[in-house]
Write a protein that binds this ligand. Structure first.
Ligand code: GRF
Length: 215
């Protein structure tokens, strides 16, 4: 994989709700020089999420914005975008983020998510509202699939239904449990997400906004 640096690092705004393994992986990819980006801010939808601790250890400011504090998904989403605004964000990266975010016009095509199954193949039974983490792997096993995987997709206003950008297939083994399948898929997620973000940055240099400020 080509690792050429972009003109200057992209600013990624990371949204999360949980353990922050995905954030940890992105921070590690940046530190290794595999991803020419910065994470100037993390927003968690859950107070006390481990992801906030991961951000803190890396010196990244973390905000908590709870859906329950707002009357509508629109009001909540506006608060999210307002919180990101001071950080000159180029791309929003969902990293184990479980809430609905309305995609405002200026963010269309600028919000990515990773889902732990193949999309659109498994969309009907292993994606959509309430389908995340172990529930996805349980659904794949219950469906009897012999192949699963992970998919990075653009986020639209419908859960997990945005256009897929990249995916990796992972075998489902006969004696798999939710835990063993989930672990095998996550290993591939750690490779796929930084690679896909890197490819996105190289393919869309015109979408970088922070260059205007950072030079
Ligand atoms: C993974 O299942 C990933 O596909 C999904 O969130 C989970 C990771 O969450 N988007 P976390 O990074 O461990 O909090």
């Amino acid at each position: 994989m080509h690792k050429a640096a972009t003109a200057s690092p992209w600013n990624l705004g990371v949204l999360l709700s949980g353990t922050g393994r995905t954030l940890e992986n992105l921070i590690a990819a940046i530190e290794r020089g595999d991803l020419d980006a910065r994470i100037p801010v993390v927003i968690s939808s859950v107070p006390g999420a481990r992801g906030i601790e991961i951000a803190g250890r890396a010196g990244i400011p973390a905000r908590v914005i709870r859906r329950g504090d707002f009357d509508s998904v629109e009001a909540y989403s506006t608060a999210m975008y307002e919180a990101l605004a001071p950080y000159d964000i180029d791309l929003i990266v969902m990293a184990g983020y479980l809430r609905k975010l309305s995609i405002e016009p200026e963010w269309e095509g600028r919000v990515l998510n990773i889902h732990p199954c193949l999309l659109p193949e498994a969309a009907e039974y292993a994606a959509g509202k309430g389908m995340y983490g172990d529930r996805v792997h349980a659904a794949v096993l219950a469906h009897g699939d012999i192949v699963s995987g992970c998919t990075v997709h653009l986020v639209t206003n419908e859960f997990d239904a945005g256009p897929p950008m990249a995916k990796i297939e992972v075998p489902v083994l006969p004696d798999d449990s939710v835990a063993t399948l989930g672990a095998r898929v996550f290993v591939e997620e750690t490779r796929l997400y930084p690679e896909t973000i890197r490819e996105y940055m190289h393919a869309h240099p015109h979408l970088k906004r922070s260059a205007l400020v950072n030079g």
